[in-house]
Design a protein around this ligand. Structure first.
Ligand code: MG
Length: 367
């Protein structure tokens, strides 16, 4: 089987909440998503999606996805989409870095592989664990009272894990963590995600001030060295996210005892092939995982579901259902949250059928 054509579609994804705010005053109101179709000589089309969280979260931006696919695409025509490791080596040889550009192409080739095999990607990634898996809800950075109200509302909808966007003024962040923790009950989990927003003395203050609260601290500072310094002088359970962007970073973090949990985002690592490698390594090392992506809609959510559902329960800390955050549905067949939980499709491949009326005309076609 050969890749004969790669098409990219641009879709704007507004938010049900209107905006999403996190550390350092960063905010998005509409996300710029790229949906990619990989067509083969057998007539099958696989689908993938990449959606950065604005141009200022990770080193990725919406226009960069399309520019990168225009650059990389011609090198992939004629390649076999079923040979995922070989295809990834081809992509890495043709374009250095830019993992997010490769992510949607890799995802689409997994979709082709699943359709050819007649199996859900979840099964191809190692097997389905249990009926479904647990989701978290990201709580946009607002006043402590507003965030507490938001958590109470999402708790009503069935979520039991809440990731607070902190990384702002440390005094207000302390109030945010306390106000939200008062809403929680036994079995709920609270994560304070600073998204690199604190400098070390601020992180140390916040962690010390909430030491009586049952809370996980996620990515307090910008660099690995700063996060490691905070990790070594404080005792709450610790999650690393932005700095864990490769197997190399993961191994270093594990060797240093730098985290209890890592956040694996599919596009941050460069696609499902590389995310699976990191996931399997975490399973072998006993490191728990949040499995998600930077942002996205139905296609991304389907891919997250396959990777998360094929992860052993005790090591899957939590995952995300981005298609419930955004107002636009880009595909039929994507998994839908029930009571704060999600399950991967049992249909072959990703199990999604893009809504071509939503995707519109391709903005890019190779060749
Ligand atoms: Mg995070």
């Amino acid at each position: 089987m050969k890749i004969t054509k790669i098409s990219a579609y641009q879709v704007d994804l507004p938010l049900h909440e209107g905006s999403y705010k996190w550390s350092g005053g960063k905010a998005v109101t509409v996300s710029d998503s790229t949906i990619v179709g990989v067509e083969t000589d057998g007539g099958l089309i696989g689908w993938g999606e990449v959606c950065p969280l604005g141009p200022f979260y990770l080193p990725a931006y919406g226009g960069g996805c399309r520019a990168g696919i225009a650059e990389l695409g011609p090198h992939l025509i004629g390649e076999n989409p079923l040979e995922l490791n070989k295809l990834n080596r081809r992509m890495d040889a043709a374009l250095k870095g830019h993992p997010y550009v490769k992510s949607a192409i890799d995802m689409a080739c997994w979709d082709v592989l699943g359709q050819v095999a007649g199996l859900p990607i979840c099964n191809l990634l190692g097997g389905r664990y249990g009926e479904d898996f647990v989701l978290y809800r990201a709580i946009s950075q607002e006043s402590p009272e507003k965030m507490a109200g938001s958590v109470a509302g999402y708790r009503e909808e069935g979520y039991r894990r809440f990731q607070l966007k902190v990384g702002g003024d440390p005094d207000v962040d302390i109030e945010r963590i306390r106000a939200v923790s008062a809403q929680l009950e036994r079995g709920d989990k609270l994560i304070a995600d600073a998204n690199t927003g604190w400098v070390m003395h601020e992180a140390a203050r916040v962690v010390r001030a909430v030491r009586d609260v049952d809370v996980y601290i996620e990515q307090p500072c910008a660099s690995y060295a700063e996060c490691l310094a905070i990790r070594r002088r404080t005792d709450p359970p610790f999650v690393l996210d932005e700095v864990i962007d490769s197997v190399d970073a993961l191994l270093r973090g594990h060797a240093d005892g730098a985290m209890d949990v890592v956040n694996l985002k599919i596009s941050k690592l460069g696609g499902l092939t590389k995310a699976r490698q990191a996931r399997d390594l975490c399973v072998s090392l006993g490191v728990a995982m949040t499995i998600e992506d930077s942002w996205g809609s139905d296609v991304t959510t389907a891919a997250i579901a396959h990777l998360a559902h094929s992860t052993p329960r005790e090591l899957l800390f939590t995952a995300t259902d981005f298609n419930s955050y955004v107002t636009v549905s880009t595909a039929e067949g994507a998994p839908q949250r029930t009571n704060g939980r999600l399950a991967a499709s049992t249909a072959p491949g990703l199990g999604v059928r893009p809504r071509m009326d939503v995707l519109g005309d391709p903005v890019l076609e190779v060749p």
